[in-house]
Design a binder for this molecule. Structure first.
Ligand code: PGA
Length: 244
């Protein structure tokens, strides 16, 4: 594992964007796994700037997003479809057809999840997955549980995730109770993973993830077993890590 401790959110965003840019430069047809949330916003901004300056091109890049709320339309301001378009895709030279996001409005959720996995496989798997982490240690919407869920599936969101995400909604009642997410196996099959965490709300989860037991009660802890993991944390998120 490569662990990078940086000063603050700005440094984290720049470092993360540099890692993605290097990967895209070395493989212009790379398949990326992408997260939503507040954490990757700065990284997306940096990547947009690099693209506008002509330093990198996303022309042949393929993307798969990690998760999507159930029951929100593509136009809904809180859908991850909207998030990705507003914060990244429409500002860069990526081909719309090369961007993949689970359809939370699908009438057949099981089929939607199965076909998503099939499409990932058809593209040769995900080369580089970028992850945020929930305050409760979730990755994607893989919530703390008694076992590690495997492939893309429907999930009931925990109260703590609904509470954390309610900041984006008019009221907590409007936060969807279910979502679709890549599973732990889908994530662990990615060839390279980069985990990002910023702020003190993430400090406990980061400590457990990197220095605690591997347990589905802290889903991100499974990443300790991944063979090509980079973790970038700022001072606040890394505050509880023991140094040896
Ligand atoms: P955040 O969310 O980046 O908004 O903190 C991360 C997550 O819940 O996975």
């Amino acid at each position: 594992m490569e662990l990078l401790l940086v000063k603050n959110y700005e440094e984290l965003s720049l470092k993360a964007a540099e890692k993605v840019a290097d990967a895209v430069k070395s493989n212009p047809r790379i398949v990326l796994g992408l997260p939503t949330g507040s954490t990757p916003l700065g990284m997306y901004k940096e990547l947009i700037a690099m693209n506008k300056e002509g330093k990198i091109s996303f022309k042949h890049v393929v993307t798969f997003n990690l998760d999507e709320y159930e029951g929100l339309s593509k136009e809904d301001p809180n859908s991850y479809y909207r998030f990705m378009n507003d914060n990244f895709f429409r500002h860069i030279d990526i081909e719309k057809d090369n961007t993949n996001i689970l359809d939370g409005m699908s009438e057949d959720i099981e089929r939607e999840c199965r076909e998503y996995e099939e499409k990932i496989a058809k593209c040769g798997g995900i080369d580089f997955m970028i992850l945020g982490i929930g305050n409760n240690g979730h990755i994607g919407f893989n919530e703390p549980a008694e076992f590690f869920p495997s492939f893309t599936h429907r999930v009931k969101l925990t109260d703590s995730t609904i509470e954390a995400n309610s900041r984006f909604f008019d009221s907590i009642e409007n936060v969807p109770k279910y979502a679709l997410t890549m599973g732990i196996k889908s994530i662990m099959h990615c060839k390279k993973i980069m985990l990002l965490a910023s702020g003190k709300a993430k400090a406990e989860a980061i400590k457990g993830t990197l220095q605690g037991p591997i347990t589905p009660k802290l889903p991100a802890s499974v990443l300790q077993l991944h063979r090509n993991l980079t973790v970038i944390v700022d001072e606040e998120a890394g505050a509880l890590l023991k140094t040896v």
